[in-house]
Design a binder for this molecule. Structure first.
Ligand SMILES: *Cc1c(COP(=O)(O)O)cnc(C)c1O
Length: 347
């Protein structure tokens, strides 16, 4: 049976060039800074993002955790959007492992914080409020459908934070999607940002890993926390090599994922009983709602025909386009969704 996996861009598998680079990778002991492949990946990432230094981490979750631990002491507060992945998708690590206080502010439908609300929420002195130490943004914003925040968005929050002497962290798991969608170099996107993580293992297609970037001093501190969290990975060049191929060859092609996502959303908008805003500027994430009483049955029947999608309850679904999804897969998915709804949809 034909199968197309739209559940997430994490489903991408390393391609032949990555596997070859992995097999041939030069390696050393990364805990001692001696792995040439890891060192090269970190240098490439820092240069690309316009930051002084970078550290290779096992996942986006670890990158964010290490960043928060490096920025904050126990009892310090980080201000975050209420729908952010750090709050909703990372097991509460900063609270559990760092004793860090998370304060959330509502985000708009793009996942953007209101700079004025950030300004009012900051407390940097006194003994009653937890001491604010950090503000964090997410770009692209996952829960808002992968909307890219612009350099101006990022600057508006950074100006407020910096005015209080606070750094800004960006969870940029899909930062390269934002950069490609906005046709803005990634360094331009984060020029006002102090620390930023991006995932190699999502749309960029590498099997493992994320990179955290920032100042030399910050990255030294982040390395200490990465070690404490047990991710001194020794000959990690074997996996970092795939990350190098990802940065070299997989960034520009994200435009293809975005055009596939646009085709998917315009196609979905034409199917009766599917609620979707086809004008929302999508990157590679498409969210929609099936307005049928038997939405769970419909989703199951679609999945049974090999179109794997993320059904999130109440008829709400997510589909992600990525390197292992072709334009043909999108047409196939639209055919399957449309015919399944025609045959089985109940109001
Ligand atoms: C996937 C994701 C992460 C975490 O990445 P993992 O590698 O899965 O730990 C962080 N932030 C956002 C917005 C994500 O989508």
């Amino acid at each position: 049976m034909r199968e197309a996996d739209f559940r997430s861009d994490t489903k991408t598998r390393p391609n032949a060039a990555m596997r070859k680079a992995m097999a041939e990778a030069e390696v050393g002991d990364d805990v001692a800074g001696e792995d040439p492949s890891v060192n090269r990946l970190e240098a490439m990432a820092a240069e690309r993002l316009g930051k002084e230094a970078a550290v290779y981490v096992t996942s986006g979750t670890q990158g964010n955790l290490v960043a928060l631990l490096a920025h904050c002491q126990r009892g310090d507060e980080v201000i975050l959007g209420d729908k952010s992945h750090i709050v909703k998708g990372e097991g509460g690590g900063p609270m559990v492992l760092g004793g860090i206080v998370i304060t959330t502010l509502p985000v708009d439908n793009r996942g953007m914080l209101d700079p004025d609300q950030v300004d009012s929420a900051v407390h940097t002195d006194g003994t009653n409020y937890p001491r604010t130490r950090l503000v964090a943004l997410e770009n692209t914003h996952n829960a808002s459908g992968g909307v890219p925040l612009t350099p101006e968005d990022m600057k508006s929050v950074a100006d407020v934070a910096h005015g209080h002497g606070l750094p800004v962290h960006v969870d940029g798991a899909r930062l390269f999607n934002a950069s490609v969608a906005l046709e803005t170099p990634v360094a331009e996107l984060v020029k006002d940002i102090d620390s930023v993580t991006f995932c190699l293992s999502k749309g960029l297609g590498a099997p493992v890993g994320s990179v955290l970037c920032g100042s030399n001093e910050f990255i030294d501190e982040a390395r200490r926390w990465r070690r404490m969290l047990g991710s001194g990975m020794r000959q990690a060049g074997v996996i970092a090599a795939a990350g190098i191929v990802a940065l070299d060859t997989m960034v520009d092609r994200l435009a293809e994922d975005h055009s596939n996502a646009r085709r998917l959303s315009t196609g979905l908008a034409e199917i009766p009983g599917i609620a979707i805003d086809p004008d929302a500027l999508p990157t590679n994430l498409v969210f929609f709602t099936m307005k049928y009483s038997n939405h769970d049955e419909i989703a199951r029947r679609i999945i049974d025909q090999g179109v794997l999608l993320g059904a999130r309850g109440g008829g709400y679904c997510r589909m992600a386009t990525h390197a292992d999804i072709t334009g043909d897969d999108v047409e196939y998915a639209l055919d399957v969704i449309s015919s399944t709804i025609t045959e089985y949809g109940k109001n």
